[in-house]
Design a protein around this ligand. Structure first.
Ligand code: SAM
Length: 249
């Protein structure tokens, strides 16, 4: 148990609350160099379609300032900057080796001038209030120990009129489809992780963590609780993933 006596989940395991961030950090340190290729293989490229759908709904505008939390290797920031001339992005992540991979990609794409890379925690952002036009978090929030704290921080650092958008795995509404999806994710993904990244356990955690994340309506309510208005969601690929949007008004 943690010093405050609280426990949380790490995949299907119960752990002390103050141990979870270290375990998540271990997972992403281990997978960082193979993260991008594994995303393409595991999702058969569909994560790209979901990230493009996120941009379609977000409609980035020239000159906006984006904070991309749990931004990892930079997928969301690169897409945002390509659609919004003169925009700037801060990619924040708690795993330095994910940011290192992202920086290499930014150099290769000659986008480094529009990007800052910051090591930090979604639950305690190292920024003043009212700084950003847009806050994104893509496939990151389910790994955060106290999700409600991260949402409150998102609200705090957004300017009035700013927008939150979350892309995350979600729940399929149909039990038959959920069963088929579980068969794939629990049997295939950890084995692929072993074959491609030499790491079965990290990918076992990833699929378990998807199951522990709240469903679409519950998560939408958590976003409202953090203070956001006009909260809406859209399912992607029948609910395998979902986009959630909210405004700081
Ligand atoms: C699955 S990756 C997502 C990367 C990228 N956003 C994408 O969509 O491809 C999840 C990232 O969340 C980061 N992360 C997890 N918990 C975090 C926290 N509390 N604060 C900041 N980053 C966190 C991990 O280090 C990891 O890089």
């Amino acid at each position: 148990m943690s010093e405050n006596g609280k426990t949380t989940h790490f995949g299907f395991k119960d752990v002390a609350e103050d141990q979870k961030a270290g375990l998540v950090h271990g997972v992403f340190t281990s997978v960082a160099s193979k993260y991008d290729i594994m995303n393409d293989v595991m999702s058969m490229g569909i994560h790209r379609v979901w990230k493009d759908a996120m941009m379609d709904w977000l409609a980035p505008r020239p000159g906006q300032r984006l904070l991309d939390v749990a931004g990892g290797t930079g997928d969301i920031s690169f897409r945002f900057l390509k659609r919004a001339p003169g925009a700037k992005s801060v990619v924040l992540d708690m795993t330095e080796s994910m940011l290192v991979e992202g920086r290499k990609r930014a150099e290769a794409a000659q986008m480094a001038d529009s990007l800052d890379w910051v090591t930090g925690d979604a639950m305690q952002l190292p920024f003043e209030d009212n700084q950003f036009d847009v806050y994104t978090i893509s496939f990151g929030i389910r790994n955060v120990t106290r999700i409600q704290d991260a949402l409150s921080e998102a609200y705090r650092v957004l300017k009035p009129g700013g927008r939150l958008m979350v892309l995350e795995f979600s729940q399929l509404p149909n039990p038959m489809m959920q069963k088929a999806y579980d068969l794939y994710s629990f049997n295939v993904i950890p084995r692929m992780g072993q074959m491609i990244a030499g790491d079965h356990d990290s990918y076992q955690y990833l699929v378990e963590s998807i199951r522990k994340f709240p469903d679409q309506d519950t998560f939408a309510q958590m976003i409202r609780t953090a203070g956001f208005s006009n909260v809406k969601y859209r399912n992607l690929t029948m609910g395998i993933a979902a986009l959630h949007s909210g405004w700081k008004l």
